[in-house]
Write a protein that binds this ligand. Sequence first.
Ligand code: ATP
Length: 377
Amino acid sequence: MENNNTPLIELRNISKSFGETKVLRNINLTINRNEFVTLLGPSGCGKTTTLRILGGFESPTSGEVYFEGKDISSVPPYERESNTVFQSYALFPHLDVYDNIAFGLRIETLEKREYPNVELTKKEKIKKFFYNKTKKYTETEIEEKVNAVIKLVNLTGMENRSVTNLSGGQRQRVAIARAIILRPKILLLDESLSALDLKLRKDMQYELKELQRSTGITFVFVTHDQEEALTMSDKIVLMKDGNVEQQGTAEEIYNEPVNRYVANFIGDSNILSGKVIDSRHVEFDGEKFLMDETNFPDGTEVDVMMRPEDLDIVYPSKGKLTGVVDSIFFKGVFYEVDVTLDNKRIVTIHTTDYIPAGKKVGINFDTEDITLMEKMK
Ligand code: ATP
């Protein structure tokens, strides 16, 4: 029996190859009700393929897709409780905004009939099949639903406009309205903001998140843009070469990246090679530093990550590390300062203070600013 604790949709041990090319390698993914999930990663890492498997447009080479606890791996897209907004939006150019949105509601439900004792040709079968269609909604019901969705996506007043002369943002709203009007449990969105200019893209990020919240539909969104992922997601799934490197909230991924790839993909970072001494100490740059408790066993070679905004520039005598300012760039809200440490390694610091190049400085940080990550193979 399904209950609210059952994940909405799960990918279990999903692998996918196209010919000899392995595109997904044993992916496990759990998506819950009412979540905004983002599949994030560089071009070619397998995001779209994962989305297409969730939607039923692609079948996995191995592994299963579960929906509310049931195996739906072989269920075709039109029988799944998901709907997709494609990158191209795929609107019907000959229909206006209203009719594009109403389209899904007007498709007649087809009743499958058995004709056990009659031998029919293929043509006759098709004919029979279409003879048994019934309408699901009256035009009055459709009007009510379309108007409600048009309001939700801020397209009021545009009902009779042709979709061919809408802006990118308006076309996207039509595509989303057309998808959510059918009340799917999951909405799959493939790079759907990538055609928009930066300003509109930012506005749409907030609107999409708000739409997800107000409809309660689970959104699975594909992007290669880390900022987009951080702004909108309840859960980020960061992918690389057909693997899931890490999944978690934006804060978890930003504050506790599991490895150098994740740390570099999301935000700026300083990564130094180090070695765990014991559960409270790590060694890097030839010195021993106190940190918050770690589970890495003593002696493990690790990557040590510190975010530029967590480092403070202090007098050399007060610093845990010392070096000389190499360069300083004004970034709007802060200065980005590169400091060459005594051992010639460069560390980046974000600060609101102006510190001239050539100045000798100390660098300080707190125990919780040290994040240990496994070394990548
Ligand atoms: P992008 O952001 O560029 O869309 P992506 O992360 O969504 O990339 P996918 O589209 O899932 O990546 O593609 C992953 C890999 O699989 C790519 O190398 C791609 O060329 C390959 N691929 C995808 N679809 C097919 C196909 N139908 N036949 C062969 N190879 C494919």
